[in-house]
Design a protein around this ligand. Sequence first.
Ligand code: GCB
Length: 595
Amino acid sequence: MKRILIILCVLAAPVFGAQAPSTLIANVSGRTTMSLNGAWRAIIDPYETGIGGKFYENRKPRDKRDLVEYDFDGSPVLKVPGDWNSQRADLFFYEGPVWYRKTFSYRKREHVREFIYFGAANYKAAAYLNGKKIGEHQGGFTSFNFEVTDTLRNGENFLVVEVNNQRTKDEVPSSNTDFWNYGGLTRDVSLVEVPETFVQDYVVQLTRGSLNEISGWVRLNGAAQTSQVTLEIPGAGIKKLISTDSEGFGEFRIPSKIELWSPENPKLYKVSLSTGGNTITDEIGFRSIEARGTKLILNGKPIVLRGVSMHEEAPFRGGRAFSQEDDQTLLGWVKELHCNFVRLAHYPHNESMTRLADRLGLIVWSEIPVYWETAWENTATLQNAEDQLRDMISRDHNRASVAFWSVANETPVTPARLTFLKVLVGDARKLDSTRLVTAALNHAVTSAPNTKTLADPLAEFLDVIGLNEYMAWYTKDTFEDIDRTKWTIPYDKPLIVSEFGAGAPFGNHGEAEAIWTEEYQASMYDHQIKMLRQIPSFAGMSPWVLMDFHSPRRLLPGTQDYMNRKGLISDRGQRKKAFYTLQEIYRGMMESSGH
Ligand code: GCB
C-alpha cells in the first residue's frame, strides 16, 4: 500500500504539487447543464440567526402552534447571478450573511451523476440541498462544485445557500481593499449532469519550450477509471488514445505542426475528449510564452505588451460584471485602445472573460486576491491562498490568452510575506509549467538623485516582475521629476509596469498641472510612458485602470463619491482624454512593432 502511495505521489507530483488536486469540473459550458440562475428568494440575516434557526430546512409552520421565524416564500428576491449590493439600495454597504433559496423540479435518470456548480460566491458559501448540507467554500472569485447525485430528488427540490461576505483580516483578500466587497452569488449557478465516469479535467497545451509538440493530461472521475480516452483535434489531424491509470489519470505527448495562437491570429482549435461514448468539446489555442533575459517571448519572438488593468465591474449599471455582454463591452474597450494585453485585477474574473480574451487575441494576466496587508503568519490563510491559486489555474489552464499567474498585489516587504509568497510561486510552477509567474511589486528606493531602484526580494523568485508606481499621484513628484527619473530594475527579467495612473472625474477640465482634471490624467500618461519605456527591461504595461470602479475608500464628495476615478473611461462609458492619449501611444507602438 505504502509503495502504491509513493508511486502515486511521484506520478502526481509534477502536475498537482503537494496539494490535493482541484475538485473542479472543467469546461462546464461544454457540458449538459440546467441553469439555476434567475430569481432566488433571499433573507438578509445580519446576526446569522439562520444557522440556529435552520433556514436550510426551508420550513413552513406545521400547525397553528408551530413557531417558524422565517419564510423564504414571503422574502424578496435577488437575481442570480448578481451581487446584492447593486440590486438593492439598502444593501449597498451590507456585509454579512444572506440566505438564498431556489426551488426547481428535476427528472432523475439512471447512470447520471449530478453536481451543483457555482461560478463564484463572495465570500463564504455553505450550500444545502433539500435540507442536507452538500458543501462549503471560501474565496469570492473561484468556481466550485458539489456532487448531489444522492441528495437530488426526482420532482421538486430546494437549494439553500448561505453566502457571507464579512471581511476579516485572516481572509484572502484581507479586510482592507480598494474595491467594493460585492457579496452574493455573483456568477452563474447550474446543475451539471455527467455520466458515471466522466472527464473531469484535462490539459491540452504546447509542451513548455516547444512549438511543435502538444502534451498534457486527462483525469477521469468515476468507477471505471482505468479506461481509455480519445483525444481529437480534427483541425490538426490529431487523434490519440490515452490510457488512464487506476486513479483515472493519463498523460500524452503528440508531435504536431499547428497554427499558433497570437494577438494577430487568435486561432482556436476544436478539441474533444471522449470516453465511454461521451464527449466533451473545447476550443483551445496553442502558443508558447517565455521569459528570455529581459524579453518576453511569444511563439519564439519578442513581444511588448500594450495593456490596461481592469476590475470585473459592470459598465453602466455598476456592481460585479457577470454577463457576456459586460465582457464584450469591457474587452471591446480594451481592443479599441489597441491593446494586446489585459491585466484582470485583482482576483480571477469570470470564465467567460478569459474565453472571450482567447477569441479576441488578448494576452491575460490573471491574479489571486492576495492584496496589501495579509495574515502572513497564519497557515490557514496560506492554505486558503493556495486553494484559490490552484482553482484559478485549474479553471483556466487551457486558455491560450492566459500567460501570467500573479500571486500578489502590492504586498509589504517582510520576511514572513516572502516565505508565504514563495510557497505560492512554487505552487504555480508545479501546477502549470507552461505559464509565467509574476506579482505586482511596489517597493522602490531612491538610490541616487532622480534614480529609483526596485527593492523587493520577491523579484528574485518571479519569472516576470510587475511594478506598480504612482509618481506624481501618491508622491510629491512633479511631471518634471518624472521626466528626470531613471529606474533601475536589478534583475535580468522582463518588467511589466502593472500600474500607474491618476484620478479624474469625467468632464472635469482644467489646467494640466491641477490634479483631478482630465488634462492632468492625460498628461500623466504622456510623462509616465516616456519614463517607463526607457527602462531597459521594459516588456509591457497595464496602467490603472480601464474604467472607474466602486471603492469604499474613495470618499471625496463631488469628485469620488465612493468611486476610484482613475478610469480611462467613466462608469457610464464616457471616454476621458487619457483614453485617447493612451490609444495614440499604443497605435504608435503597434505600428512601429509591426503587430
Ligand atoms: C494600487 C492598487 C489598486 C488601487 C490603486 C489606486 O496600487 O493595486 O488596487 O486601486 O493603487 O487607485 O490607488
